[in-house]
Design a protein around this ligand. Structure first.
Ligand code: PHE
Ligand code: ZN
Length: 878
């Protein structure tokens, strides 16, 4: 057994306030590529009962002083991951000087080099525990200090020097060097520290906040990308206005920097006053970016900006509270995006992501509560559960309060905890107290893993004109949590008649004018709700807007779901009904029933909608697509065969395409293409979305007609959405290699376009794709050192290509584990995230299960794994 010695878990229940606090941090940083020196003076406070313990990793200690006096070896102890200093008193100044090696830092955590030694630039990434790779410090989020940072470097090599905070002087030094100082007056935890140095260009904009502060907004990128920042700048300005209008929150420094890098482990980082972005979420041009990438840029820019209040001004007491900032900020970001774009399409996208990423996580070996109770490696908890489910919890609570009371509660939360490190309890208390309500029952959601199953049973009594709805909840066991408690579940609902009209709701014991939609609160294991004056057996529309993150179980007859799909005035619910219906059709198909009632009802309803002149084309595009293979596989309890799942879904598409007919598909595609433009306006985007769906369906019935259109599209289009659609289609035809080569030729100098080139090829369904992926590893543009590139090729293959990765012979599994070992040696975070592809292995059919198990087990036994990867592999194998 090799897998590296597992560290002891950190437990929420062991939380203790820090022995020592730090009031101010003064840093002087001498920057260079190969080696940088960092001098840090900490003013510390504590009762002196215990030695001062500072975290530190991969640091070479050059000097250590206490209150100006250099310390002898017997006054401190240096461990692998910490420095312990004796004799420190309240108000002491502790000074360290360390050396680090940025160019050798392949983990991209701490101070590292982006790009090449000759042309690249230096930057930092500290969340969660990267600051300890820059200097010795009590590196935990409940230690808040003000920072004064002086940067020094050679001016020619590093003309731009940036750190978080307001500028506080700059000037020349000897030998071609220069300096710049920054003061951040807002106390912050170390994970929000950042600096950047190198050759960067900027675009700037003046912004005046609602409360009257003049701010300079600077977006920075390398010279070849600076003209790709315009869209992000607009998005930033929209985000700032929105937060002022929606939450009354203003920006609080004189300057706000955002920097793009191609070498980044995550999406982006909200460092105080100096956000750092994965270029993928900042740069955008029509020639290079798809419509959905534009939306991601807008959303991520907003997300990081919103963190300035939800995360920075009010931060987290410890990493168990991560969702306090992430769930809340995702919720704020989603609300913003809904306001900027189509709310129902946005909700469809968010819920389908939740189901694909979070429900699957919650059903596998890595299931954990939104607030975990223990971790071995905190980097492995930046998960769909903490982010996406966390956002759903905030949404649920906001819905429970209503907009006005939610705002009142948020005001209290921000004001009460400004400058503090808070907990989930603090959040619920503020929201509740501002409104004299008790929200503590919602705490149960934060502590319990697993997706609740909500079972709904409707009974109609014609003689009494009464409809009784019984709601029942049950949460399946998850690792380490065998017994579950009921959680409060708000069920937004309506009743429809057979003609698809909403019925007025006369809920028994409720006064007032009957509404057409209401929210039922299931606050225990089971509850009944009685509706009076119901004229006919109604069709219930449940969980409208996805009012709670649960799996709904209700025995609809297919026609009833079809009625909702056809007639529900809310776009999200139409989609939800269609998803349920396609799920039922899938179940039947998998069971060998090739013309089930569900399939007929689904095709009938969609055929009708296809002819509906009034429907939003973007919505139609979503309605026409059955549930993803990943979600469909979740419907199967045990012995999942990804190939059978794929085949069954393909035949759903096939049936639908045939039912609509090749002719009508061609006509509709051609009509859309005849008015096509490359613009980003909502109508053009909606048309592109629908074109994609139609081409997909057309490929089922008339592949040659689809391929011809893809060829033509490739020749004509000036936008990446269409170009990628064309390439995706052509990759499944006889001229796949020529199409791939042409795209490569056109885009080989653009890293973000090349990522798409790798990704789209890795996603070609079928067992042969492994061969293609192996060949692509040797492409001169491929490297294991760049996280985006690794995710594009290996992430897409293992997570978005079920038939390719889950080859019955296990070759996909062995391929991935071999690469994991290599990547782990360079960048543990990237390896650990990639290893998530194995999460569902236990539910596979026996042959694949055995193969996956063997691959994982040998990865664990033959290599010394990082703590990050070992943690994931261990939990997967447990
Ligand atoms: N805090 C960042 C965000 O959501 C994510 C992140 C985590 C980035 C860890 C880098 C490292 O918004
Ligand atoms: Zn975030």
């Amino acid at each position: 057994m090799h897998m590296s010695a597992s560290a002891l878990p950190v437990r929420l229940s062991d939380y203790a306030a820090p022995d020592w606090r730090v009031s101010s941090v003064e840093m002087e940083v001498d920057l260079d590529i190969a080696s940088s020196r960092i001098r840090t003076r900490l003013t510390v406070h504590g009762d002196g009962q215990r030695p001062l313990r500072l975290d530190g990793e991969d640091l070479e200690l050059l000097e250590l002083k206490l209150d100006g006096e250099t310390l002898d070896k017997d006054r401190y102890r240096q461990h692998d991951d910490a420095l312990e200093v004796d004799g420190v008193r309240d108000g002491s100044v502790v000074e360290t000087l360390v050396r680090v090696k940025p160019a050798e830092n392949t983990k991209l955590e701490g101070l590292y080099l982006s790009g090449s030694s000759e042309a690249g630039f230096l930057l930092t990434q500290c969340e969660a525990e990267g600051f300890r790779r820059i200097t010795f410090f009590p590196d935990r989020p409940d230690v808040l200090a003000t920072y004064t940072v002086t940067l020094r470097a050679n001016r020619a090599r590093f003309p731009v020097l940036l750190a978080g905070g307001n500028p506080d002087g700059a000037g020349e030094l000897e030998d071609g060097r220069h300096w710049a100082r920054f003061v951040d007056p807002h106390p912050k935890p170390s994970y929000l520290f950042a600096l950047v140095a190198g050759r960067l260009e900027k675009i700037s904009r003046d912004y005046r906040t609602a409360d009257g502060r003049d701010v300079t907004l600077n977006l920075w990128a390398e010279a070849d990308a600076i003209d790709q920042c315009g869209y992000a700048m607009d998005a930033l300005e929209r985000s700032m206005r929105w937060d002022e209008e929606t939450y009354g929150r203003n920006y609080d420094l004189d300057v706000f920097h955002v920097v793009a890098t191609h070498d980044f482990n995550m999406g982006a980082m909200e460092n105080k006053g100096l956000n750092i972005f994965n270029a993928k979420y900042l740069l955008a041009t029509p020639d290079m970016s798809t419509d959905s990438e534009y939306q991601h840029v807008e959303a991520v820019v907003a997300h990081e900006y919103f963190h300035n209040w939800s995360g920075n001004r009010v931060t987290c007491r410890d990493w168990f509270q991560l969702s306090l900032k992430e769930g809340l900020t995702v919720f704020r970001e989603q609300s913003f995006s809904a306001d900027m774009n189509s709310p129902s399409i946005k909700r469809i996208e968010d819920v389908s992501l939740l189901r694909r990423a979070q429900f699957t996580e919650d059903a596998g070996p890595l299931a954990h509560p939104v607030r975990p109770s223990e971790y071995r490696e905190i980097n492995n908890f930046y998960t769909a559960t903490v982010y996406e489910k966390g956002s759903e919890l905030v949404r649920m609570i906001a819905g429970r309060l209503g907009a006005e009371r939610f705002r009142k509660g948020m005001d209290l939360y921000f004001d009460r905890h400004d400058g503090e490190a808070a907990t989930i309890e603090d959040f619920l208390a503020a929201l509740g107290e501002a409104n004299r309500m008790d929200l503590t029952p919602y705490l149960a959601w934060y502590g319990q893993a697993g997706t609740p199953r909500l079972r709904a049973l409707g009974e109609y009594d014609a003689s009494q004109r009464r409809y009784t709805l019984t709601l029942h909840q049950r949460t399946p066991a998850t690792p380490g949590q065998p017994h579950k408690h009921p959680v409060p579940i708000p069920v937004r609902m309506a009743l429809f008649d057979r003609g698809g009209h909403m019925l007025p709701l006369h809920l028994r014991d409720e006064e007032g004018v009957p509404s057409r939609e209401c929210v039922l609160e299931l606050d225990g294991a089971e509850k009944q709700f009685v509706f009076e004056n119901v004229p006919e057996a109604p069709i219930p529309s449940l969980l409208r807007g996805f009012s709670a993150p649960v799996v709904l179980e209700h025995d609809y007859v297919p026609e009833d779901l079809a009625t909702l799909l056809r007639a529900d005035p809310d776009g999200f619910n139409r989609w939800a009904a269609g998803q349920q219906l396609s799920g039922r059709a899938f179940d039947a198909m998998l069971g060998g029933e090739t013309s089930s009632a569900a399939l007929q009802a689904w095709c009938d309803a969609l055929c009708g909608l296809f002819e509906d002149a009034d429907i939003d084309p973007a919505l139609l595009a979503e309605l026409l697509m059955p549930t993803s293979e990943i979600e469909l596989a979740e419907r199967i309890e045990q012995d999942v065969d990804p190939e059978a799942v794929h085949a069954a879904r393909e035949s759903l598409l096939d049936h639908l395409a045939r039912r609509i007919g090749g002719e009508r598909l061609e006509d509709r595609y051609d009509a859309l293409q005849s008015v096509a433009s490359d613009d980003l306006d909502p109508v053009s985007q909606a048309h592109r979305r629908l074109k994609k769906t139609i081409l997909r369906l057309l490929f089922c019935v008339r592949p040659d007609a689809a391929l011809r259109r893809a060829e033509a599209l490739l020749a004509q289009t000036g936008n990446m959405t269409d170009r990628l659609l064309a390439l995706h289609t052509l990759l499944q035809g006889p001229h796949a290699d020529a199409a791939a080569a042409a795209f490569r030729e056109r885009h080989h100098t653009q890293p973000l376009a090349m990522d798409k080139w790798f990704a789209v090829q890795a996603q070609i369904p079928g067992t042969e794709t492994l061969q293609r992926v192996e060949t692509l590893l040797d492409d001169s543009a491929f490297t294991l050192r760049n996280p985006n590139r690794v995710n594009a090729l290996l992430g897409s293959f293992s997570r978005a290509n079920p038939t390719g990765f889950h080859r019955a012979d296990g070759a996909g599994y062995r391929f991935l584990t071999a690469k994991l070992a290599e990547i782990d040696a360079l960048n543990p975070q990237v390896a650990a995230r990639l290893a998530n592809a194995f999460n569902g292995w236990r539910r596979l059919e026996p042959v694949r299960r055995e193969a996956a198990h063997e691959a994982l087990a040998s990865l664990a036994s033959e290599h010394a794994l990082s703590r990050d990867l070992a943690d994931i592999v261990q939990r997967a194998l447990e």
